[in-house]
Design a protein around this ligand. Structure first.
Ligand code: RIB
Length: 345
């Protein structure tokens, strides 16, 4: 006697869920087009019958993968985890999957990324990496690939693409202004990586606030960094080697602020007694650090969610307006900053 089981079909799912095969097909390809109740019944039926959708076959048939490609500059940067999480949740809610491409800014990223689209593995690109060359991106978005594209987080100046970002320069100015309000006049900055648009915007905001307060930006108090903790630590060592030092530091991200503080602690300096420090991002660790870090909170979940909504809108042929969204960040006051007291004596 044969024990071979018949492969479940879409008809089996429809029969189990008591809906038509067209409804099952719609629920599987565009879940947002069926009611939640029907979606649930069909999910149960899929599980009960053991039906598996052949994604590759479906892609070939429909020339669509219902997948968005997310291009990241550096997956090791935990800043991106909350953004990716929000993108993934929003995509799933709307019936899409996500694929991640890390460090795609090689010699010809348009070709590298374009391969995902030529092979129908993704339908649209959500670009979080501002280092890509504009002409390469225009090539990707133009014929024959015609890739729908949304830029998020790291802006690409002068690019005609839909964009969601945060107000980096204004937020950096507010972080610096907070230090000025506490009576600090000797303020340094740990900058982001050269060539990164966010480095420029945050440095610009810092400079603006210093100038507006009638203070002077000391070039030797702008410490180089690359958004990684080690570069903050190196900035700390440079700081300690100096004789004429700032009393407050604005770091262009939390990781560098934490690295900086760890270098100072090794030499017995205390924050905020000896120096006030502000970060940028409000990573989960910022509130639990010792001392808890004053920082700029970027609305990362909102940024990821809006970027995914925009891209899916484009993929589904809707008019997506406005083309450019700038979300507001917030200064979060904690214990790493304190009023300036001149040293005794
Ligand atoms: O480049 C993306 C993010 O990485 C920036 O917002 C910055 O804060 C860094 O952590």
């Amino acid at each position: 006697m044969s024990t071979t089981r018949r492969t479940p079909t879409i008809q089996d799912v429809a029969r189990f869920a008591q809906v038509s095969t067209a409804t099952v097909s719609r629920a599987l390809s565009s879940p947002e087009r069926v009611s939640q109740d029907t979606r649930l019944r069909i999910s149960e039926a899929v599980l009960a019958t053991g039906y598996t959708l052949n994604q590759a076959a479906r892609s070939l048939r429909q020339r669509t993968s219902k997948t968005i490609l997310v291009a990241l500059p550096d997956i090791r940067n935990i800043f991106f985890s909350a953004i990716l999480d929000a993108i993934e949740r929003e995509a799933t809610r709307r019936g899409y999957s996500t694929l991640v491409c890390n460090r795609c800014s090689g010699p010809n990223p348009a070709r590298q990324l374009g391969e995902y689209f030529r092979s129908h593995r993704a339908d649209g690109l959500l670009l979080l990496d501002g280092a890509l060359n504009l002409s390469h991106l225009l090539e990707l978005a133009g014929e024959p690939t015609d890739v729908p594209l949304v830029v998020a987080c790291e802006d690409i100046p002068d690019a005609p693409f839909h964009t969601v970002k945060t107000d980096n320069a204004r937020a950096a100015a507010s972080a610096t202004q907070h230090l000025i309000n506490l009576g600090h006049t000797r303020i340094g900055h740990i900058a982001g990586p050269l060539g990164n648009v966010l480095r420029d915007e945050r440095l610009e905001g810092f400079r603006q606030a210093i100038h507006d307060a009638g203070l002077y930006v000391r070039p030797d108090w702008i410490f180089p960094g690359n958004f990684q903790m080690e570069s903050g630590f190196a900035a700390g060592l440079d700081y300690l080697a100096g004789t004429d030092r700032p009393t407050a530091m604005f770091a262009a991200n939390d990781e560098m602020a934490i690295g900086f503080l760890s270098a100072l602690r090794e030499k017995g300096l205390e924050c905020p007694r000896d120096i006030s420090v502000v970060g940028f991002d409000d990573l989960a660790v910022a509130v639990h650090y010792s001392p808890p870090l004053t920082t700029i909170r970027q609305p990362r979940e909102k940024l990821g969610q809006m970027a995914a909504q925009m891209l899916i809108g484009l993929l589904e042929g809707r008019a997506v307006e406005p083309r450019r969204v700038v979300l507001r960040s917030e200064l979060i006051l904690r214990s790493s900053t304190a009023r300036f007291h001149s040293p005794p004596g």
